[in-house]
Design a protein. Structure first.
Length: 202
């Protein structure tokens, strides 16, 4: 029997949980540090690093992306020639990096050695765990549709919700990568996360 579209099931504990109106903002509900960056939120994008000129349409340079968590860890690029381009691809929005010198950066407080970096591009969702982040940080440059940096590990339900949320921001429908010895299966209906560390084989 098919699992309903808005229900995520993890074999880790066999407990279903619903994405509902879930957004990455909930990951920061207990005062966590980090940032959430969303190119689909046009009001958070600016053409210049001083945030005086809003991004208005596809093709505009992006010199600042405001942090949607309220932590004010905004992404900035002061060099005009090194700014990614805001791009609308059908119903999806992304930041298009030229692969040469385009970059966005932020100076984080010390996020420790257990940080999580999650992003989505056209082809896949990636969740990198056990990251050490402190001070200057440069974002991925793989034309991402969404990015979350968090000062702790994700729970299994949080990871599944984040994957399903990212799936709404990008054309990606199959495939997700999560480190820390997890197998993730993603399709148009379900997200399954299996913790291989519980296997006797390791």
């Amino acid at each position: 029997m098919k699992t309903p579209f808005n229900t995520l099931v993890s074999p880790f504990n066999q407990a279903p949980f619903s994405i509902g109106n879930w957004t990455p903002y909930s990951l920061f509900a207990s005062g966590e540090e980090g940032g959430w960056y969303d190119p689909s939120s046009l009001a958070t994008l600016f053409q210049d690093s001083s945030k005086t000129t809003p991004v208005a349409s596809t093709g505009d340079p992006t010199g600042a992306v405001e942090d949607r968590t309220g932590n004010t860890n905004d992404l900035l690029q002061a060099v005009s020639a090194a700014r990614p381009t805001y791009t609308v691809d059908g119903s999806y929005k992304l930041l298009d990096f030229d692969g040469i010198d385009d970059a966005l950066g932020v100076t984080f407080p010390d996020l420790g050695t257990d940080a999580t970096v999650a992003s989505v591009n056209e082809g896949e969702i990636t969740i990198l765990e056990d990251q050490t982040i402190s001070g200057a940080y440069s974002t991925p440059t793989d034309n991402w549709h969404g990015l979350v940096v968090l000062d702790r590990a994700l729970t299994t339900p949080e990871a599944a919700n984040l994957i399903k949320y990212f799936q709404t921001k990008s054309p990606v429908t199959y495939g997700a990568i999560r480190t820390r010895m997890n197998v993730v299966c993603l399709n148009a209906v379900d997200v399954f996360i299996y913790d291989t560390s519980t296997d006797s084989d390791g």
